[in-house]
Unconditional design. Structure first.
Length: 245
C-alpha cells in the first residue's frame, strides 16, 4: 500500500507540475546537428542529432509515458517537421540549429512580463531580465574541452504555454545548453529533479505563491562533466514567468 500511495503522490505531483493536456500527442523536437550522405548502403541523406539530445530523450520519454500513458510522443528532427507544432511540445536544443526553439524564444516577450531574454548558443551568451527581479547573465561562456568533452556547461529550461488547435492553451517546454551536453542536463534536471519537488517548495524556490494554472517558469543549471558523464548539476537561477493577460 505504501508503494501505491507513493506512486499516486508522484503521479499527481508530476501532472500538476507539467500541465500537459489530457489528450492528443506530445511533439518532441530534437535539434538537427547535421545532414550526411550515406557512405554505405542506400545513398540517402541522413539527418543527425547530438549525443546530448539522445540522452535528453531518454530522460523525458519514460517520465512522459508514465505520467501520460494515453498520450503518444511523436519525435521530430528540426528541419524535418511534417506537421504544425500547435499542441503539447517539448523542444531539445537551442535556437542556433533548432527552428522550433527559435520560434519559442521569440514568442516569450509576447506572452510574459519580460524586459529582456536572450539565449545565444552561437556566441554562448544568456541574458534574463524579468521585471522586479535582479537580472541574470552569462557572457561569452567558453566550455573547457578535455579529450573532446566539455568539463562544464549550462542548461536552460523554459516552461511556458502557447495557443494551438482551436485557440486552446498547450504546454511548451524548452531544454537547451551551449553544447549538446547542456541540453541533456537541462532535461535531466527538469524531468528528474524538479517534478519530484513538492508544489510548495517548488513555488517558493521560484518566487511564486503557488503552482497555479498555466504556471510558467525559467531555470538555469550549471553542470560539471568528466569524459562526457555528468558529475554534478546545480540550479543557479529559478524564476516564475508572469503571464500577460
Amino acid at each position: 500500500m505504501a508503494a501505491v500511495w507513493y506512486w499516486l503522490q508522484r503521479f499527481q505531483r508530476g501532472r500538476h507540475f507539467l500541465q500537459f493536456t489530457s489528450a492528443g500527442p506530445i511533439d518532441l523536437v530534437l535539434t538537427t546537428s547535421a545532414v550526411n550522405e550515406a557512405v554505405h548502403g542506400v545513398p540517402a541523406s541522413r539527418p543527425l542529432t547530438g549525443y546530448g539530445q539522445v540522452r535528453a530523450v531518454a530522460s523525458c520519454a519514460g517520465v512522459l509515458a508514465s505520467l501520460y500513458p494515453r498520450k503518444d510522443v511523436l519525435i521530430h528532427l528540426s528541419g524535418f517537421i511534417r506537421n504544425r507544432l500547435d499542441r503539447d511540445l517539448v523542444i531539445l536544443g537551442g535556437p542556433a540549429k533548432n527552428e522550433a526553439a527559435r520560434a519559442m524564444l521569440e514568442d516569450l516577450a509576447l506572452q510574459h512580463d519580460i524586459a529582456d531574454f536572450v539565449f545565444d548558443d552561437i556566441n554562448d551568451k544568456l541574458k534574463i531580465e524579468l521585471r522586479n527581479r535582479l537580472p541574470f547573465s552569462i557572457d561569452s561562456f567558453a566550455p573547457q574541452i578535455s579529450n573532446g568533452y566539455p568539463t562544464k556547461d549550462y542548461g536552460l529550461i523554459v516552461v511556458s504555454f502557447h495557443r494551438g488547435q482551436g485557440g486552446k492553451y498547450y504546454r511548451r517546454i524548452l531544454c537547451a545548453g551551449f553544447t549538446t551536453y547542456g541540453t541533456f542536463v537541462a532535461a535531466e534536471y527538469l524531468f528528474g529533479d524538479l517534478i519530484k519537488m513538492s508544489g510548495r517548495r517548488l513555488a517558493k524556490s521560484m518566487g511564486a505563491g503557488r503552482i497555479r494554472r498555466r504556471f510558467c517558469f525559467v531555470v538555469v543549471v550549471s553542470a560539471r562533466f568528466s569524459q562526457g558523464e555528468c558529475m554534478e548539476i546545480q540550479p543557479i537561477y529559478l524564476a516564475d514567468l508572469k503571464v500577460l493577460v
